[in-house]
Design a protein around this ligand. Structure first.
Ligand SMILES: Nc1ncnc2c1ncn2[C@@H]1O[C@H](COP(=O)(O)OP(=O)(O)OP(=O)(O)O)[C@@H](O)[C@H]1O
Length: 588
C-alpha cells in the first residue's frame, strides 16, 4: 500500500460511527484514516469502497463531526506496535494503554503510545555481521520478566539481507538502532527493537504449520485426561452465567504449559472488564512463584466502547500472540467472550446494510470465526525452533441455546469443546465441564495418539476411552433408575451408576482452591485414572442396592483422603493397601 502522496478526502455523510468520505485518490479496504475535527484527530478504518466513496468506521464517537471535515488516509491497515514492554500491560483493542487512560474509556481523539520509549533494555546480540537474515530472524534478545523477548527482522522485509552490524551487549531504548542490515543493492537498513504488524491478517513468518500434535498439559483433569487440548490447538467453552467460567480460565491460564498468556476480554459491562483488571494481577504464577501478570497482556473492551474498537480487539490479541510465537514461545490466548466480538461484527454489518444471515449476524460469520481460529497453531520457524498459539475462546450463548449462530460457527472452527453444564454447577460439581457432551477431536489424530504414548504411556488412550464409556453407561443407568425406581432395576444398573460416580468424584471434580488438587501433573493423572479403573474393572457382590451406594461412597471417601502429592511415598503405599482390603471384602 506504499504511496508517494497521501490520499485525502472530505466527509460527505455520517450515520453514527459510519462516515462516508469522498476521496481524491486510491484507498484500500481496511486502510486506516484520520478525520480532522476541530483540534481532534479521529481514527477510522475503511470498510467499503465504492467509486470515489470510502465508507469508514470511526473507532470512537463521531459527535460533532461535520460534512466537509478533512480526512487523511495513512496507506496502511490497522497495526499494533510491537517491542519489549508489552507484558503486564492492559490495552484496549487499538492498543491504547488503559492504565494511562481515564478509567476504561477512550478519551476522544487521544491515542496513547503502547511502548515506553525511555526505558533502557539489556540487549544481547544473537546475530553476527555477515550472516544472512530474513523476516522473523532473531537479531538479539532482551529478557523481560524472565521471558526471552527476541528482537526480530521486521516481517515486512520479505527479501534476504546481510547483517552489516549488530550493537554490542548493553542497554538500549526501543528506538535506538540495534542492527544494520544490507539489502541486495547494498543499501543500509537500520533496525530498532520496534516493529508494526497488521492485525487483521495473519503474519506468516513461519516455515511450516503442521497439525498440532503435542499434548498441552493444563493440570485440569477433565481436560488433560478426558479431552486433551494440544500445543497450538483450539478449544471453546460455552457456558451459562455463573457456571465457573472465570475459575476455569484462571486455572488454565495459571497452569497451562505456556510462556505467555494473552487475554482478550470482551465484556458486556465495564465492571466485568474491571474485574479482570483487579483479579488477574492477584493470580500467582505456579511456574515462577511470582505473579502471572508478569507474563500476561490483557486486551480489553466493553460494549460501551465504539463498535470498531471492539471488533478489533480479538485481532489485536491474536497479533500479539503471533508476535510472541515467532520468537519461539508457547502462547496461550484466551478470549472471553467471543460472542461479544461477534455482536460487534453484527452491529457493523447491520450499519452497512449488508444482507443479514441467521439472527442478523453477517452472512460470512462462520468464515470469519474459522479464519480467526485458523490463526492459532503450532509452527516451525525458519531457524528450526518451534512456537505455538493455543487458543481457547468462551462463548456466551443467549438463553443457553447451543444452536445459535456464534456457538454453531465456533463448533466448526474449534477442535475441542468444553461445555459447562448448569446442572453440574448447580450440584457444585466443579469444574462443571460436561464429560459426555464435551470432546477433543485431537484424540482422533494419529500423531496425537502417538504423542500420548510417548508422554503418558502405552494403553493410556484405551483407558481414557474406557473411562468415557463408564461415564456414558453410568448416565444411562441413572436415567433408567430415575424412571423405573431403585428396586425395579437390576443390581448391575446401580453398580454401573456408582462406578461412573467414582470417576466423576475422583477424576472430574477438582477443587481449584485446594493447593494439591488445583493442579494435577500428567503423571499423577495417569496414576489416578489407573487406580480408579482398577476399581471400576472389578466385579463386586451386593445383596441389596443400598449396599452399592454405601460401598462406593466409602471408596470415594477413601480416594478423597489420599494425599496425591505423595502418591509415590511409602506412607501412601500403606494407604493403598487398606483400599485393597476394602475392595477385597466385596470382590466376587
Ligand atoms: N474448580 C472449582 N473449584 C471450586 N469451586 C469452583 C470451581 N469452579 C467454580 N467454582 C465456584 O463457582 C463460583 C462461580 O464461578 P465463576 O465465577 O468462575 O463463574 P462464572 O461462570 O465465571 O460466572 P460469570 O458468568 O458471572 O462470569 C466460584 O466463585 C467458585 O465458588
Amino acid at each position: 500500500m506504499e504511496r508517494k502522496n497521501k490520499t485525502t478526502g472530505k466527509v460527505a455523510g455520517i450515520v453514527a460511527n459510519l462516515v462516508t468520505v469522498k476521496v481524491d485518490g486510491p484507498v484500500a479496504q481496511n486502510e486506516i484514516c484520520f478525520i480532522y475535527h476541530n483540534d481532534e484527530r479521529l481514527m477510522a478504518e475503511v470498510i467499503k469502497v465504492i467509486g470515489v466513496n470510502a465508507y469508514v468506521q470511526v473507532f470512537e464517537s463521531t459527535r460533532g463531526v461535520r460534512v466537509g471535515s478533512n480526512v487523511e488516509f495513512e496507506g496502511h491497515m490497522l497495526e499494533v506496535t510491537l517491542g519489549p514492554g508489552i507484558l503486564s500491560r492492559n490495552y484496549d483493542g487499538l492498543q491504547n494503554d488503559l492504565d494511562k487512560m481515564d478509567g476504561v474509556f477512550l478519551t476522544r481523539g487521544e491515542y496513547t503510545d503502547p511502548l515506553n520509549r525511555e526505558v533502557k533494555w539489556k540487549f544481547k546480540p544473537l546475530a553476527k555481521a555477515g550472516e544472512t537474515v530474513s523476516a522473523g530472524s532473531w537479531l538479539g534478545e532482551v529478557v523481560e520478566n524472565s521471558i526471552p523477548h527476541r528482537i526480530m527482522v521486521p516481517f515486512k522485509m520479505e527479501k534476504r539481507y546481510e547483517v552489516k552490524s549488530v550493537v554490542d551487549e548493553g542497554e538500549y531504548t526501543v528506538d535506538e538502532t540495534i542492527a544494520v542490515v544490507l539489502d541486495e543493492d547494498g543499501k543500509e537498513i537500520p533496525l530498532t527493537m520496534v516493529q508494526k504488524w497488521p492485525v487483521k491478517m495473519p503474519v506468516k513468518v513461519y516455515k511450516h504449520k503442521p497439525r498440532p500434535f503435542k499434548l498441552l498439559e493444563t493440570g485440569v483433569r477433565c481436560i488433560d485426561t478426558l479431552n486433551p487440548i494440544t500445543e497450538g490447538g483450539t478449544g471453546f467453552i460455552p457456558g451459562p452465567f455463573g457456571t465457573g467460567k472465570t475459575v476455569l480460565q484462571h486455572a488454565i491460564s495459571k497452569q497451562a504449559e505456556a510462556d505467555i498468556v494473552i487475554i482478550a476480554a470482551c465484556g458486556e459491562r465495564a465492571n466485568e472488564v474491571v474485574e479482570i483488571f483487579t483479579e488477574f494481577p492477584e493470580l500467582d504464577d505456579p511456574r515462577t512463584g511470582r505473579k502471572l501478570i508478569e507474563r500476561t497482556t490483557i486486551i480489553a473492551n466493553t460494549s460501551n466502547m465504539p463498535v470498531a474498537a471492539r471488533e478489533a480487539s480479538v485481532y489485536t490479541a491474536m497479533t500479539l500472540a503471533e508476535y510472541y510465537r515467532t520468537m519461539g514461545l508457547k502462547v496461550l490466548l484466551m478470549a472471553d467472550s467471543t460472542s461479544r466480538w461477534a455482536q460487534a461484527l453484527r452491529e457493523m454489518s447491520n450499519r452497512l446494510e449488508e444482507l443479514p444471515g441467521p439472527d442478523a449476524f453477517p452472512m460470512d460469520l462462520s468464515a470469519v470465526i474459522s479464519n480467526f481460529y485458523a490463526r492459532a497453531g503450532f509452527v516451525y520457524l525458519p531457524n528450526g525452533e518451534t512456537g505455538s498459539i493455543t487458543f481457547i475462546g468462551t462463548v456466551s450463548p443467549a438463553g443457553g441455546n447451543l444452536k445459535e449462530p456464534v456457538t454453531e460457527s465456533t463448533r466448526k472452527a474449534a477442535r475441542c469443546f468444553y461445555g459447562l453444564s448448569q446442572a453440574r454447577a448447580d450440584s457444585k460439581r466443579y469444574p462443571a465441564i460436561d464429560p459426555i457432551d464435551s470432546y477433543s477431536k485431537y484424540l482422533e489424530y494419529p500423531e496425537v495418539q502417538e504423542n500420548l504414548v510417548d508422554v503418558v504411556g502405552e494403553g493410556w488412550l484405551s483407558d481414557v476411552i474406557k473411562a468415557k464409556d463408564i461415564l456414558l453407561r453410568g448416565k444411562e443407568a441413572m436415567e433408567q433408575i430415575n424412571i423405573l425406581g431403585d428396586d425395579s432395576v437390576p443390581m448391575s444398573f446401580h453398580d454401573r451408576f456408582w462406578k461412573s460416580e467414582l470417576i466423576d468424584f475422583v477424576i472430574l471434580q477438582q477443587d481449584a482452591f485446594d493447593s494439591i488438587d488445583a493442579s494435577t501433573p500428567l503423571k499423577r493423572q495417569k496414576y489416578m485414572l489407573a487406580k480408579v479403573l482398577e476399581v471400576a474393572d472389578s466385579e463386586f457382590e451386593f445383596a441389596h442396592f443400598e449396599e452399592v451406594s454405601g460401598f462406593f461412597k466409602e471408596v470415594i471417601n477413601f480416594f478423597k483422603q489420599m494425599n496425591y502429592s505423595e502418591y509415590e511415598s511409602d506412607e501412601f503405599k500403606k494407604h493403598e493397601k487398606s483400599l485393597e482390603e476394602l475392595l477385597k471384602e466385596r470382590r466376587n
